[in-house]
Design a protein around this ligand. Structure first.
Ligand code: GAF
Length: 396
């Protein structure tokens, strides 16, 4: 099941809160096709939405109380029919960096909306999710965006998808305390069925690029290595700080401003700043890879993006240094078993890899990856086909 049914989520809301929800909304997780660690460098990204969603049943409150419940979080489900696990907060008391639990994401959205001057006077929220947690598929962005969209509709705030994404990013950066970029929230809020989203993270201009591997006899597989990753860990922040240092040394606002054609000259100017040179090389070549993938997809040459994906992986592994043995094992095994291309996706240090493969080769390739993991004594990976799906929406 990739989407929790609206009716089931509404039913559980009734059990918890004693009344029907005013509505039910869904927001998806995402896979990033190409454009990794470019979003906080004002660069290009190209994610698409998964069919896996977080669903929220929500009603407004006028008394300043925010009640949150999740079906999926351990210890938060309570006895069937009971109200165990409901977390009750006061919107006026929400304070950045005060909550280390899952509730920081929805509460952070309420805080960000109010901090931006929107009068949100409380809500009852029940959530259920099919987005794998900790797998780098943006379960936290889905959680933020579904709450933001529900409150936008119920409080008639009139905010567009990209504006909701900005507020959700602020919730994550300031309230949760994770220094992430804008890609995941924009993907969850703005993606469309059958398309990848070409996003310029500098001005948030967007282009929906048709992406339907099946129509070309291909599949895009997601291989979850089951190695858990976490954004608030220091490595992400260190890479971000290194990129900012690179931009400062080169005298540009962001690494986006270093053109691909100027890369060699820029690297020379960085002299013996070896680590910064590697980070800069990744970001500049990755922006170029996004543009190449956009051109190929628009020309209908879906097969030809494979090698660009694999090049992106090598850059993340060797220059940005955020891969891990399990991600490399997926990419190397998949390519040896006939994939058109493969790369890690998301923040790195675990999570998922994506593999572009001909339909006829899916079975053998999946077995090759599973065998390689078994031979290496690793936990069996989870493999599924990713179908580019719809962004956040009201479903009930
Ligand atoms: C994580 C972050 F949340 C994104 O903003 C992005 O930086 C990504 O890592 C790497 O491309 O998903």
């Amino acid at each position: 099941m990739s989407e929790a049914a609206a009716g089931t989520v509404a039913e559980r809301f009734r059990e918890l809160y004693g009344a029907d929800p005013e509505g039910v909304w869904a927001a998806p997780g995402r896979v990033n096709l190409i454009g990794e660690h470019t979003d906080y460098n004002d660069g290009f990204v190209m994610p698409f939405a998964l069919p896996h969603t977080t669903v929220a049943a929500v009603s407004r409150r006028t008394d300043g109380v925010l009640r949150l419940h999740s079906q999926d979080i351990a210890g938060a489900t309570g006895a069937a029919g009971g109200t165990g696990g409901v977390v009750e907060l006061r919107v006026a008391d929400l304070t950045p960096a005060s909550d280390r639990e899952w509730t920081a994401y929805p509460a952070g959205v309420v805080w960000a909306l109010r901090a931006a001057g929107h009068e949100v006077t409380g809500a009852d929220v029940h959530l259920a999710s099919t987005v794998p947690v900790g797998a780098g598929l943006s379960s936290s962005a889905a959680l933020e965006v579904v709450v933001a969209l529900a409150l936008n509709d119920l409080y008639e705030l009139g905010l567009k998808g990209w504006q909701l994404a900005r507020l959700c990013q602020r919730a994550e950066n300031v309230y949760v305390g994770a220094p992430t970029g804008i890609m995941d929230q924009t993907a969850s809020a703005c993606c469309q069925d059958g398309h990848a989203l070409f996003l310029d993270t500098r001005d948030l201009s967007q282009r929906q690029v048709p992406f339907d591997p099946t129509a070309h006899g291909l599949r895009l597989l997601v291989v979850d290595t089951r190695v858990q990753h976490a954004h608030s860990g220091g490595e992400y922040g260190r890479r971000r700080a290194g990129c900012e240092k690179g931009a400062a040394l080169l005298g540009v606002d962001a690494l986006r401003d270093v053109a691909f054609e100027e890369l060699e000259a820029a690297l020379e100017r960085l002299g013996d700043e070896e680590e910064v040179r590697r980070l800069v090389r990744h970001v500049v070549t990755e922006n170029h890879r996004v543009e190449r993938v956009v051109s190929l997809l628009q020309a209908g040459e879906t097969h030809a993006i494979g090698p660009v994906l694999t090049e992106g992986h090598a850059s993340l592994r060797d220059d940005f240094r955020i891969s891990c043995p399990e991600l490399d094992l997926v990419v190397d095994t998949a390519n040896a078993a006939g994939a058109l291309g493969a790369r890690m996706t998301g923040g790195g240090f675990g999570g998922c890899a994506i593999v572009l493969v001909r339909e006829a080769d899916v079975e053998a390739l999946t077995k090759a990856v599973q065998d390689a993991f078994a031979a290496a004594g690793r936990t069996a990976p989870r493999v599924f086909t990713a179908v580019p799906s719809a962004g956040a929406r009201r479903i009930g």
